[in-house]
Design a protein around this ligand. Sequence first.
Ligand SMILES: [Zn+2]
Length: 143
Amino acid sequence: MRLALAEAGRAADGGDVPVGAVVLAPDGRTVLSTGHNEREATGDPTAHAEVLAVRRAAVELGEWRLAGCTLVVTLEPCTMCAGALVQSRVDRVVYGARDDKAGAAGSLWDLVRDRRLNHRPEVIEGVLADDCARLLTDFFRDR
Ligand SMILES: [Zn+2]
């Protein structure tokens, strides 16, 4: 999560909402990829931290199935990212701050654990939640 927080800081440097993500290999330690929000930087509406990290991890692994992998992200995933995480077949989603306005991993929706879907990753929330939330609060206060 510290690495994800550092990635989030890089998003803010580019004028994007500070959210950072990391994909860990099945060993739980090796970093396969990182990503941070690049919507403003690239003009791509789908350039959320999780989507970018998952895409890069798939390139790194040489296949789209991220079985056994863990996605760590500073903010609860939105509906798009939750969908991408289900599609990528990650085993575990770890996030920091909850997103009561748009979260799709437990707060507003729980898409990643929807029993109607054929893949449901384990979800661990609240890791360094205060640090993750503070980054966002500071970012929006400074705007
Ligand atoms: Zn998202």
